[in-house]
Write a protein that binds this ligand. Structure first.
Ligand code: KG4
Ligand code: ZN
Length: 353
């Protein structure tokens, strides 16, 4: 049985996990330790890179110790060590990557430098043993992508955002309306009591033949509507949140439809639609995507919230998937603040991944 330790420090969660490979090809999570830094960053309304890097240094070794204890293992029992090497905040990436390399050097175990996005992309195989190829909707605070997942290390980007990530848009709207950080869950909660039809907001990119997103126009439209009705009552805030969320839901459903079409044209029918990233926790988005997959008869896989948001298990699993096909890395592997999964797509678009 293969067992890999995975380290995640690319953003504001510090995480260490141990995952083993099952006989049926999926994985077992033996330990999954996560420490969120939300409290450290809340006062600033967003992630502060310097604070994040220091916090990773403070807790990472303890989390590794705890993960080993929970799994009932010692370092020598591992078959490999994986660390997220990007994309993300470089100060944090250095902490996890250097720790992973040092452990690999000291134990003489294979080392895998994992792309954080590949961790998200392969989680559905850890949890549900989904076979390639499948369509991935990755929606978080830093990423908004529609990807064809064809194999380990083999991705085709079908769509991305030209400006803000979806989670980032939720967070900015929350900040604009005076709701606390992180804003996504707060906007969703406020929207429950709001009227989604009160404000006529744009649905940017809807109907376009590609599967790209653009959110800055929608954000500006919310700002303009908010300024028109200011000072804002609780009801105004709820209605703005509901109208914003309804627009996002419409855009995501339309973009996923386009991505499905282009997936099928290029690669045939996907085995599933997989959602990942913190925004996948949003109930309205999940319901819309679930309606869509029901309609076209496609299985929908949404990992549990702990495995949708940043975690160590996804890095350990991606490391395991690489180790088992002989894709190890050298200890000279450098951190990659930018690291698109689909290198060819990146050259043709200068937008954010
Ligand atoms: O994947 P994640 O934990 O961290 C990264 O960005 O990598 O995602 C966090 C993002 C934040 O922008 C947060 O506001 C958003 O996911 N989010 C949500 C919800 N829960 C978290 N957005 C909308 N609705 C939610 N329920
Ligand atoms: Zn992430």
């Amino acid at each position: 049985m293969m067992r890999v330790l995975g380290l995640e420090t690319t953003c504001d969660e510090t995480a260490a996990a141990i995952v083993s490979l099952n006989a049926n090809g999926s994985g077992d999570i033996l330990a999954n330790e996560v420490m969120s830094q939300i409290a450290e960053h809340a006062a600033y309304g967003g992630v502060v890179p310097e604070i994040a890097a220091r916090a990773h240094v403070d807790v990472l070794d303890r989390l590794i110790r705890r993960a080993l204890d929970k799994a009932g293992m010692r370092l020598k029992d591992l078959d490999g060590i994986a660390a997220a090497a990007g994309p993300g905040l470089v100060g944090g990436v250095i902490v996890g990557l250097t720790t992973g390399k040092a452990l690999a050097l000291a134990t003489r175990k294979p080392f895998m430098a994992v792309n954080h996005l590949e961790g998200h992309a392969l989680t559905a195989r850890l949890t549900d043993g989904i076979a390639f190829p499948y369509l991935l909707l990755l929606v978080s605070g830093g990423h908004t992508q529609l990807l064809a997942v064809k194999g380990v290390g083999d991705y085709v980007r079908l769509g991305t955002t030209l400006d803000d990530a979806i989670g980032e848009a939720f967070d900015k709207i929350a900040k604009m309306l005076g709701l606390p950080y992180p804003g996504g869950p707060m906007v969703e909660k406020a929207a429950l009591n709001g009227n989604p039809e009160r404000f006529a907001l744009p649905r940017p990119m809807m109907g376009r033949p590609n599967a790209d997103f653009s959110l800055s126009g929608l954000k500006t439209a919310v700002r303009i509507e908010a300024e028109k009705v200011a000072p804002l009552s609780q009801q105004d805030i709820a209605d703005l949140c509901a109208s914003f969320q309804a627009a996002i839901v419409d855009v995501i459903a339309d973009r996923v439809r386009m991505a499905l079409r282009s997936f099928t044209e290029r690669l045939g029918r996907p085995n599933a639609l997989v959602m990942a990233g913190g925004v996948a926790a949003n109930g309205a988005i999940r319901r819309a995507i679930s309606r869509l997959t029901n309609e076209v008869g496609l299985p929908l896989v949404v990992p549990t919230p702990e495995l949708c948001t940043d975690n160590g298990a996804m890095i350990a699993w991606a490391g395991l998937e690489r180790l088992r096909i002989g894709l190890m890395d050298d200890l000279t592997f450098a951190p990659r603040p930018r690291w698109p999964l689909d290198m060819t797509a990146e050259r043709s678009l200068n937008g954010k991944a």
